[in-house]
Design a protein around this ligand. Sequence first.
Ligand code: ASP
Length: 286
Amino acid sequence: MDSVLLLHGGAGSDSALSPILKKYADSAIRERDVLISVVKAVSLMEDDITFNAGTGSCQRLDGTIQMDASVMTAYGMGSVIAIENVKNPVKVALSVMKESPHLIMCGDGAVKFARIMGFPEFDPDTEKAKKQHDRIVHDIMNNNPGGDERIEQFLKIRELSRFLKYGEDTVGAVGRFNGEFAAAVSTGGAAPMLRGRVGDSPLPGCGIYVGKRGAVVATGIGEEIIKRMLCFSVYERIGKAPLHDILREEVENFGDYSVGIIAVDSKTEASYSNRNMATAVSKLPE
Ligand code: ASP
């Protein structure tokens, strides 16, 4: 049986980033285990400042950085929600899966768990994130004249987020090695957002789902993805239509909202987005 690894760089990401993803995919596929391989692929993207995950994550409206990540196979999962000051949230999610009695850890508990597991303190903030944050605050103020209460203004942002464009380069990977499936996701979230906001990425069935028939990862406006339980909806349909058609139909349900999906089933792999989306595939024969 063959091995395949499929990566995305976020709904809305520049397709010109695909060759970088290809390099990461070709490196990660050399890992023998499918779970370790998707984690490696995502951690390489977390370490690349270009992407909105790990180093390079976007800021919350209060200027802090909280990150979400998850990993999943047909037999288990691990996820971290709103974790701070770690370099690779996806590796902490793997630790939650493999070395804790839990499936999901959040906030300061997730940070404490990371320290116990030996993940050192790391500040993922960058000039890129600071500049983007300044632009967001400026755009919010410009579109809401007459007020300066940031949070109050933010409550109107749902409208604005339909047409304002910010960094959207969340990362994810799905893989199939010798019939075994795994997926991994990592994000700094969908700016603009409040501190404490949780997106789809760490939630099973929403931003990630893996079962015995395949692996699915989503990217885009988390709130809309959660409402539709997108990854589970895709997974449920695997085998009933060509994979690419399933992805296209599920994305079409999102109207204007930005969304992208990558998936593998027992024979094929597919990606689909209603925005540009950097992707890359790496394959090894039997
Ligand atoms: N889905 C992520 C979130 O809502 C963001 C993204 O994929 O761009 O947190």
